[in-house]
Design a protein around this ligand. Structure first.
Ligand code: FAD
Length: 823
């Protein structure tokens, strides 16, 4: 093709304007005509919500280029308010309709289509109301902003929790508009996995957004300036405006009518040079189908980065520069109030759906050295191929530093790196910016340990109600356990593990967890070297709470100062300012990671009187969730909580119950049961109480003496050396719980058999099952050493996990317990 050619471009924003500018840089001789149906070209669509919200004050800042500047700088003939209505491929002409309605035909040597995507409008009654907006253009933005500026609406409904919905929710809250956000899925920001969205849900609630997941809108009624939206849940929302942000669909009508090939996902089909099925026509941006870089499948990724690069590549190829578009990775980021969420590559749900082989690790590191003020915790999930370690995707959420980590991993994916390579990346570090082991290195270490077989991980799905051949071990401190643990877990803090190994059954796989995974890993190293089969819960209890949504907190909405329509601070507060002035003590726990903030709080409360208040500010994102549960279980009152500069500020009033220092709080919950009887019914009662108490988070010790000791015997005979008398004794006494009898109405075993039958019918756990559940729930089973000696019962005859102890052990535990039972 000669260099003096006529290039026609349809669409004058991201892809179109990039293509036009690049074409000019490549050829001074080319004639370049750019058609734009709207009034503006090259505007910053990505900035639209921020102008509505007031963060970008001057509207003109959004206009990156004007038709006049484009003409002056690049010599491009820009035709705004002109829509191309047809492409005549045979004549190599486009038909354009100008602002006056007149149609003209324009010849082209090369045609670039960059028509973008159109926002989806749900086909529901009332969706065409003037108060239901979509946001794509400057005109859309102006219309929404006018309602917000002029009418000062009290409530808006945002439909869809994608990035436009989330950004609009924040913008409207910033302007003092109450927001209800409905999302059809059970999570916002659909490209990431659901557990990674959990912190976003908490953030939205904390900022006062009325978040309704798993909900859609079924109709609107527009009555004199007010909208009534009917929700699928049966509720209605009264509002003055609604933002419909439920996704976009590629603008392909022109291409389809021109007979160009459309891909399976509905985008214009292009090759790696961005050329369509017509060799004279190229297409770029949101309108085209792309190939996923990691999975190799066709997909649609409507993002500005790809659109800009593709525009450049199309222009290169028009001027015979062999330039290739190397697929799309879907690297994206979104601001959600004080948090950022970002991802690159494939998510777990896509990998699963496509049947691709993957493994995953979670980490929760600080964005920079914890000792440097202002450190905040992020959560990072890394997905890789367990066969060769190739990185498949990553997601991160946190207040700071998320963009940097995801960008580094995005580059690693591009370079075809493996998790082993992540360990070696040399990334910049000084305390205010990072850590000597950057979160990216750290993710590499964890994944490499698993990849090389040095560490075995389990995930939340493995620790929820694990089968009987597994035991859950929580290696966190008692203080952390108070704020919540996984049901059924036994607690042995990591520093006590070496001396308390005997409490763990050897015939079970130990599923270990701590708060974020590090102490769990250390515990696994100890256990595996001592011959235990074990796995560490990836990302620890923190990931567990993200996956299960345990203790979702609906904190008090934040108080914020409104921005005026010009973006200035207005001095008008949106919500009731609740002052934390009653508190005279303040703890700055920023930079401390869990359990640091809670431990600091405990220390402070120990020195306080009941009724006194303390404020604590913590940058640990888990703090907002944990503090409610912790206060509840320790008898203190969480008086207030709000988000402040990416951290959580909480006010705690010391409870009356805590006249004594806090440390014995756990002890007040202890219960001791002396099991003296070996009768079936009494043993049942003892274990039912023990199990019940354990599920309420109480530490239970059962002390077995005399006939009660028989309950702990293994049912099978064990070859141990015994004297004649001991052998006789052993023969006369029941071997194990299943051979015990009713204390009354045994009737030569008939009564016991009948009651066991009724229990089976009514689905009541058998006595051996109750003993097993108690063990799994962390109930301490102690065999009285004196009685063992008296009756000639040897250690090896007892069930796994049973401890031995004398009267001192019992008295010690009993003294620290609130409830002591003798059964
Ligand atoms: P567009 O930029 O939409 O340009 C297409 C243009 O073509 C339109 O102006 C349209 O009027 C015109 N047109 C269509 N048909 C015709 C026709 N027949 N004749 C003449 N003109 C026509 N992406 C990110 O990566 N990060 C972000 O943070 C981000 N935020 C966003 C926020 C908002 C509110 C929106 C709307 C988008 C955001 N995006 C973001 C997406 C990004 O803006 C798009 O991916 C990008 O603009 C696509 O470029 P494009 O050239 O394909 O389409």
């Amino acid at each position: 093709m000669s260099q003096k050619k006529r290039i026609v471009i349809i669409g004058g924003v991201a892809g179109g304007a990039s293509a036009a500018a690049r074409a000019r840089r490549l050829s001074e001789d080319a004639e370049i005509v750019m058609f734009e149906r709207g009034e503006y070209i090259s505007f910053a669509n990505c900035g639209l919500p921020y102008h509505i919200g007031g963060a970008i004050k001057e509207r003109d800042r959004l206009l990156v280029q004007t038709p006049r500047a484009m003409k002056k700088r690049f010599g491009i003939d820009v035709r705004t308010n002109t829509e191309v209505i047809a492409v005549d491929r045979a004549a190599r002409e486009v038909v354009a309709r100008g602002p006056d309605g007149a149609e003209t035909r324009e010849r082209y040597d090369a045609l670039i289509l960059s028509p973008g995507a159109e926002p989806v409008r749900l086909p529901i009654p009332g969706a065409q109301s003037k108060r239901v907006f979509t946001l794509r253009s400057m005109t859309d933005m102006d219309a929404i902003k006018k309602v917000v500026d002029d009418e000062r609406p009290s409530r808006a409904l945002v439909i869809g929790g994608g990035y436009i919905g989330l950004e609009m929710a924040e913008a409207l809250i910033d302007r003092g508009v109450n927001v209800t956000l409905v999302e059809l899925e059970k999570q916002v920001f659909a490209p990431i996995d659901p557990e990674m969205a959990a912190p976003l849900h908490q953030q939205l609630l904390m900022q006062g957004v009325d978040l309704k997941l798993g909900t859609s809108v079924t109709s609107f009624r527009d009555e004199g300036g007010r909208l009534t939206a009917q929700l699928s849940s049966g509720q209605t929302v009264e509002c003055e405006l609604a933002i419909m942000s439920v996704g976009v669909r590629p603008e392909v009508n022109l291409a389809r009518e021109a007979g160009l090939k459309i891909g399976a996902r509905g985008g214009i089909a292009v090759d790696e040079h961005m050329r369509t099925s017509d060799e004279r026509i190229w297409a770029v941006g949101d309108a085209v189908g792309v190939t996923d870089f990691v999975g190799g499948f066709e997909t649609l990724v409507p993002l500005a980065g790809p659109a800009n690069r593709q525009g450049r590549i199309a222009a290169d190829n028009i001027f015979d520069r062999p330039s290739i578009y190397r697929k799309t990775q879907g690297t994206a980021i979104c601001k959600v109030f004080d948090l950022a969420v970002a991802m690159t590559g494939l998510s777990e749900k896509v990998l699963k759906r496509r049947g691709m082989s993957y493994d995953k690790v979670y980490i929760h590191p600080a964005n920079h050295a914890g000792y440097y003020p202002g450190a905040t915790q992020m959560s990072l999930k890394l997905l890789y191929d367990p066969r060769d370690g190739r990185i498949l995707g990553a997601q991160a959420v946190g207040a700071k530093g998320v963009d940097k980590r995801i960008d580094v991993i995005a580059v690693a994916i591009r370079a075809g790196m493996t998790v082993l390579d992540l360990q070696d990346l040399e990334l910049c570090y000084a305390p205010p910016y990072g850590s000597a082991k950057d979160p990216v290195n750290y993710a590499g270490f964890v994944a490499s340990n698993v990849f090389k077989g040095d560490a075995k991980l389990c995930h939340t799905e493995d620790v929820i109600d694990p089968p009987g051949n597994k035991i859950l071990l929580d290696v966190r401190t008692a203080g952390e356990v108070e704020a919540g643990t996984i049901p059924g877990a036994v607690n042995i803090p990591i520093d006590e593990l070496r001396s308390r190994l005997g409490e763990l059954p050897r015939d079970k796989e130990v599923l270990v967890f701590c708060q974020v995974g590090l102490r769990g890993y250390l515990a696994c190293r100890i256990l595996s070297q001592k011959g235990y089969a074990c796995r560490n819960l990836s990302g620890g209890y923190k990931t567990y709470t993200m996956v299960t949504g345990v203790a979702p907190l609906v904190p008090e909405p934040v108080t914020r100062e409104l921005k005026s329509d010009t973006g200035e601070k207005s001095g008008r507060m949106v919500r009731k300012e609740e002052v934390v002035s009653a508190a005279t003590r303040h703890i700055d726990a920023r930079g401390l990671q869990c359990p640091g903030p809670i431990m600091r709080l405990r220390q402070e409360l120990d020195a306080m009187q009941a009724g006194e208040a303390v404020t604590i500010i913590s940058s640990d994102p888990g703090f907002a969730r944990d503090i409610g549960g912790w206060c509840h279980s320790t008898g203190n009152e969480l008086a207030q909580m709000k988000a402040e500069d990416g951290a959580t500020l909480a006010k705690i009033v010391k409870g009356e119950i805590q006249a004594a220092p806090l440390t014995p709080a756990a002890e007040r919950k202890k219960k001791t049961i002396v099991v003296f009887s070996g009768d079936f019914d009494r043993a049942m009662a003892a274990f039912i109480i023990a199990n019940g108490a354990a599920t309420m988070g109480t530490e239970v010790t059962m002390f077995f003496t005399f006939w009660g000791l028989n309950l702990l015997r293994r049912p099978q005979p064990v070859a141990v050396s015994k004297t004649f008398i001991e052998r006789m004794f052993a023969w006369m006494m029941p071997r194990g719980a299943d051979r015990t009898k009713l204390s009354k109405m045994n009737m030569a075993g008939l009564g016991t058999a009948m009651i066991k039958g009724i229990m089976r019918q009514k689905n009541v756990q058998s006595l051996p099952q109750l003993i097993e559940s108690a063990r799994q729930a962390g109930v301490k089973l102690v065999a009285c050493t004196m009685t063992m000696d008296l009756m000639g019962i040897k250690r090896d005859e007892l069930l796994n996990g049973v401890e031995e102890g004398g009267v001192a052990t019992y008295l010690d535990t009993a003294e620290a317990s609130r409830v002591n039972l003798f059964i």
